[in-house]
Design a protein around this ligand. Sequence first.
Ligand code: TNX
Length: 542
Amino acid sequence: LGLGGGIGLAGAAFAQQPNVNRSTISIIPQPAHLVAGSGSFTVTSATKIYVDPNNEELRRIGEMLSQDLQRAAGVQPPVASAPSGKPGPGGIYLTLRQPSDSLGPEGYTLSVQPTQVVLVAGKPQGVFLGLQTIRQLLPAQRAATVVRLPALEVADQPRYQWRGMHLDVCRHFFPVEFVKQYIDYLALHKMNTFHWHLTDDQGWRIEIKKYPKLTSVGGWRDGTLIGHYTDQPHQFDNIRYGGFYTQEQIKEVVKYAQDRYITVVPEIEMPGHAVAGLAAYPEFSCAGGPFKVERLWGVFDDIFCAGNEQTFKFLQDVLTEVMSLFPGKIVHIGGDEAPKTRWHECPKCQARMKAENLKDEHELQSYFVQRIEKFVNSRGKSIIGWDEILEGGLAPNAAVMSWRGQEGGIMAARQQHNVVMAPGSHAYFDHAQGEAGLEPLSFGGYLPLSKVYAFEPTPKELTAAEQQYILGGQANIWTEYIPTAQQVEYMAFPRMSALAEVLWTPARQRSWPDFQQRMQQQYRRYEAWGTTYSRSAFNVRQ
Ligand code: TNX
């Protein structure tokens, strides 16, 4: 087997070193088990991709691999039905067979040998995840000469079942094309959940057929704040700003995500962060309005009215359309930062509290969320909410997304509720990642890459049984100070790569020095993808 030739970073190192050193294989997130072999599989014009016969899903994944090889190696292997019997030489096999009972629904094994490549999983999703590993064995850029995959054996599965990224499209709006790009980034990082923050005070971004003003009015604001919102006095640019996704576009994004085994979790904020919706339909507030879609960031007193039956009817109508668009089982209902001022002043809310025997407005919010939960459950789905939904009593089947640290998540797990950890301390990618003075204006807070890498979603103070409720974690990208897609990328990278490893790789295998080394190759991949990324985190070769 000839090993000469300049063949991309991993390959070049390998060529001098037939017994591949593990460190020349730069996979992020680091697989659960990886053993480097000797030799390599050479991709040639004779290479074929074999999939299980009559399996359209595998065929589709095979086509993705074929295109990757086209980009990296300039050959486009055909996808064909695997011949019966043992895998033969020259083939890359994608096949469904439970690799081992212990690898779970997302697990896969990958064997690269000089004669063949075999990727096996119990489900197509596992094959897709394994494909992401193969992608990282290819040179980041189009190779000048022949492409070789280093021999190795991988047995892999994720540590957590919820590996997510959130995106706020309300404070600033991002077109469908970028949302798809974002989903691609998740897929490349073996993440599986996209939390789409679709409504907020500054914009309602999802078309609801029954209430067209939500987007025709609620989707647009008269201007945007200039500078930081804590600076006084406030100045606005007075430029009309907005946008929304039609239901057709939503379906397109959901399908795109589905093809990449990513669940989209839509968020419809209630009862707070509701000013854009109330600007369109002020009758669902307590005070009656009129309201304008907010130009300022922050927390606002006008929220959906808990004393008004019509408000519940409206929200159920909205959720009915939302649930029909998103096949996932979970709907995010917000629940955060809902000031109780208006409810306190509202006679109907006070009457409701009396009738329902609620002792304060927190219990009224709990009543509100429980009613919504009952409705969502009756349609076969369940809710998740920000940790404020713990206040006044958690709805019986609700999951909690813990953002004000991990305390809310700990409380919820102790009450035997599912938890997603997204603490501001480790998972807020709207915070600066480098020295304050050198970074673009951001929300405040400092979250360097090393701190993301140190994120531990499972709190030690929970018992083993309680720890089972920690589904996983995610990072949030709030976009008050992120006006462009390029800046979303800047804030996301390289931190998303660190988070991906936190959520995938067994804790005992996490190694900051090793990660930093593997990142050198990851930066080259960002460049090949055309991704904007921050160099503030640590030194990279420029
Ligand atoms: C708090 S996190 C919010 C968002 C802001 C964010 C800024 C959460 C549930 N609510 O509305 O955008 O802080 O970091």
